[in-house]
Write a protein that binds this ligand. Structure first.
Ligand code: CO8
Length: 258
């Protein structure tokens, strides 16, 4: 895989660590989405691979979500094609036969939270880091499959509230909600993820993978069936003038923070 994604695999255990490496904040642009997808698909095909740990090569930011510039002042066709890359990346991760562990070593808003939710288990760094689906703050609407993962993780009422107000939670609150499964000091995230994966690997792969698929197949099938409709919705919504204005204001706010 190319260098916006760094993969290292321990041959003995079959555990691959996938490090997002798209400075400064691992925003999901077209190139990173394509690399992640091809990396997930390669590991999926690799018979000796049993698990993947998804993390950031740059501690303090796991992933800043979709690259907002990919959504700003682009043609509807471009935005539609971009969205399909998000869908395909998600399908390959959420539908993976591997044990998938999110080692969230920093901030994880929006698309970062999407990546985390697509994994089987989430370990997050303690401290002043946030995670959540803040889409509505940008005047964006989380698609049904992202919403469903949130409902599945934290329950209907909490997900409904979180999504409406676009909440970003500090890691301790995220743990309380069940949005993440474990909190550890940032320097321990990777080692604890490896330990946790090893526990999961004590379970026979086949039964675990079939059970996982039984649980995830309905949502995977639903997106596969409604893919074009989902692309069209995203494309039409995102390119609306009022939404473009909101995105512009959000970008200005990000810059002004300095
Ligand atoms: N896209 C593009 N550029 C970004 C993004 C982003 N998502 N996030 C940050 N940047 C840029 C900043 O503007 C800044 O640029 P510059 O250096 O030119 O000023 C640079 O990256 C570094 O950012 P910060 O200085 O803010 O870095 P910090 O380490 O201080 O903070 C954070 C890191 C916390 C990640 C912070 O950058 C942040 O909050 N970013 C925005 C996160 C966000 O709201 N993302 C939402 C993206 S939309 C999305 O993912 C939707 C998911 C799917 C739903 C579908 C909807 C329909």
């Amino acid at each position: 895989s190319s260098e916006n994604v760094l993969v290292s695999k321990d041959e003995k255990s079959g555990i691959a660590t996938v490090r997002m490496n798209n400075p400064p904040v691992n925003s999901l642009n077209t190139a990173l989405l394509l690399s992640l997808r091809s990396c997930f698909e390669e590991l999926e095909k690799d018979k000796s691979c049993r698990a993947l740990i998804l993390t950031s090569n740059k501690p303090k930011v796991f992933c800043a979500g979709l690259d907002i510039l990919e959504l700003y002042q682009k043609s509807p066709d471009y935005v539609g094609q971009f969205w399909e890359k998000v869908q395909d990346m998600w399908l390959s991760l959420y539908g993976s036969r591997l044990v998938t562990m999110a080692a969230i070593n920093g901030h994880s808003p929006a698309g970062g939270c999407l990546l985390s939710l697509a994994c089987d288990y989430r370990i997050m760094a303690e401290g002043n880091f946030v995670i959540g689906l803040n889409e509505t703050q940008l005047d964006l609407v989380a698609p049904f499959w992202l919403r469903q993962m949130m409902v599945d993780a934290i329950g209907y009422r909490q997900a409904e509230m979180a999504l409406m107000v676009g909440a970003l939670y500090p890691s301790n609150k995220a743990l309380q909600l069940g949005l993440v499964d474990k909190l550890v000091p940032i320097e321990d995230v990777q080692t604890v993820a490896e330990e946790e994966v090893k526990n999961w690997l004590k379970i026979p792969d086949q039964a675990r993978a079939i059970t996982k698929m039984a649980s995830r197949k309905p949502l995977l099938d639903e997106l596969r069936k409604r893919k074009q409709e989902d692309i069209q919705t995203f494309r039409d919504e995102t390119t609306r003038e009022s939404v473009q204005l909101s995105i512009q204001q959000y970008l200005d706010k990000l810059k002004a923070k300095k």
